[in-house]
Design a protein around this ligand. Structure first.
Ligand code: NAD
Length: 494
């Protein structure tokens, strides 16, 4: 990473952003805008169009028209693949510009942002572009003179609602398979991190995606998101975000056209350290990295540290050391390891969770406070709280910030019991050299993702999804394609 190039990009003013509807940039129907504050310094960075119900309806109508006239689904797989590959190339060619814009908008440290945002978005889109001409229908063994054919059809109009922590990456997890399978999309980025994703959508048009196939409307979730959720013309909702919003989306679907709803929600992931871990120093660094990167605003963050009682104090000391070695600060400096918290509201919530943990008997062993306040930005010291009981708020509620709760355990059964004692089931990790124990933990800890002697693996070839109230369905891998197709059976008499 070249600091000079990053500094030059951050010095550029950010233009105002408009919706993308039917291939055109348009303002809100009533001319409304929203200020976008940068978490780096709390200053106004730019404005985005504040979407109205009419804006969302226009975007859905545009996507519907594009789907009905088959301007995208009707193209050959080779033609669609070419457009998507070109899009991935354009994202890569503009990677630093997109990453810097995204960091100014959401505060993620640039090293992580560059890799996880344009880097991962480009590879995700390329993955589904490469896959799309290798996905066939089926012929079933029915009667000898009748063919039972199974077609894989696009579903129609996909509504995609995206959070703020990794807008481009998570956007690509939805857009890649949805567009590869021939659907049209209406995108609703987060209020507090829309800019890089909106720019990424422009690049899709530049790559040759026909107008109307991808539309994007900015604004408040409770306004434009609700219109999308209740629309009779949206066939599938794909969502990443909080459980509270996920629950609303299911209600919208039930109250409208019973559209399919796929949810990727929060987590409270247990990171379990046994005394026989292969390397306790490495485990301590992974425990710190597993929660604190991107200020803990990672869905799979290992936010609960379960430590075998016999090594508890030494291990906590090692995690504190690894944590205090991380540099919190300006996310656009290449040597920063932890950037800013996304918003002032989020920062206040994080600090509130620390206060509650202390009131419930927890001890803060590092961090616990806002820092760098003179910058005007939203920075929080990475925080570790020991003495967290299985019933404590810090065990039960997702913070989505840089706060790690530590709980001791004394047996394998107790570790599993504590690990499973939440409504969530997104990710988890275990450190041990005992092969049977490792396999038992993978089997018994109720999650969609488990790590053994590592934490936070990210690769588009394997699914990411939760169980329990962490969601349904999976993003990533070929399995994600199932969300974006209908199976149609045709009986054909010979
Ligand atoms: P959020 O639910 O507040 O917002 C997510 C999106 O939903 C935003 O675009 C928002 O505008 C929209 N929205 C809000 N209210 C709406 C409504 N009534 N109708 C329709 N849309 C509405 O979540 P957030 O704070 O942006 O994101 C943080 C959450 O996302 C955390 O819980 C985190 O764990 C989760 N997350 C999960 C994964 C995963 O893969 N499981 C990945 C990243 C983040």
């Amino acid at each position: 990473m070249d600091q000079t190039k990053i500094d030059a990009l951050r010095a550029q003013p950010v233009p105002d952003f408009l919706h993308l509807i039917d291939g055109k940039h348009v303002p809100a129907s009533d001319g409304g805008t929203m200020n976008i504050l940068s978490p780096i310094d709390g200053q106004v960075l730019t404005t985005v169009a504040k979407g109205t119900a009419a804006d969302m309806e226009a975007a859905i109508a545009s996507a519907r028209a594009a789907f009905e006239d088959r301007r995208w689904a009707g193209q050959s797989p080779a033609a669609r693949k070419k457009v998507l590959l070109k899009w991935a190339d354009l994202i890569e060619a503009n990677a630093l510009e997109l990453a810097v814009l995204g960091v100014r908008d959401n505060g993620t440290e640039i090293g992580m942002a560059l890799k996880a945002e344009p880097g991962s978005a480009a590879s995700t889109i390329r993955y589904y572009a490469e896959a799309l001409d290798k996905i066939y229908g089926e012929i079933a063994p029915t009667a000898s003179d009748i063919l039972g054919m199974v077609h894989k059809e696009p579903v129609g109009v996909v509504g995609a609602i995206i959070p703020w922590n990794f807008p481009m990456m998570i956007g690509a997890w939805k857009l890649g398979p949805a567009l590869a399978m021939g659907n049209s999309v209406v995108l609703k980025p987060s209020e507090t991190a829309s800019l890089s994703l909106m720019k990424m959508c422009d690049l899709a048009l530049e790559a040759g995606l026909p107008p109307g196939v991808l539309n994007a409307v900015t604004g408040e979730g409770k306004v434009v998101g609700e219109v999308m959720g209740l629309s009779m013309d949206v066939d599938v909702l794909v969502f990443t975000g909080s459980g509270a919003t996920g629950r609303r989306l299911m209600e919208y679907a039930a109250r409208s056209n019973m559209k399919r709803v796929y949810l990727e929600l929060g987590g409270k992931s247990p990171h379990i350290i046994f005394a026989d871990a292969p390397n306790l120093d490495e485990a301590a660094k992974a425990a710190a990295g597993g929660i604190f990167r991107n200020s803990g605003q990672v869905c799979v963050a290992g936010s609960r540290l379960l430590v075998e009682a016999s090594i508890h104090d030494d291990f906590v000391a090692a995690v504190v050391k690894a944590t205090e070695a991380m540099r919190v600060g300006d996310p656009l400096k290449v040597d920063t390891t932890i950037g800013a918290v996304n918003s002032e509201i989020q920062l206040a919530q994080n600090l509130g969770f620390v206060e509650t943990a202390q009131a419930e008997g927890g001890q803060v062993v590092t961090g616990g406070n806002r820092i760098l306040q003179d910058t005007g930005g939203y920075y929080m010291a990475p925080t570790i709280v020991t003495g967290i009981t299985p019933g404590a708020t810090l065990t039960q509620k997702e913070v989505f910030g840089p706060v790690l709760g530590v709980t001791p355990f004394s047996s394998d059964d107790e570790a599993v019991q504590i690990a499973n004692a939440t409504v969530y089931g997104l990710a988890g990790g275990v450190w041990t050299t005992n092969l049977s124990r490792a396999h038992r933990m993978v089997r018994d800890v109720r999650t969609g993702v488990m790590h053994v002697n590592t934490y936070g693996g990210a690769d588009g070839t394997v699914p990411l999804g939760g169980v329990g109230q962490s969601g349904n369905g999976s993003d990533k891998s070929l399995h994600a394609i199932e969300k974006y197709i209908n199976l149609k059976t045709a009986w054909i008499k010979l």
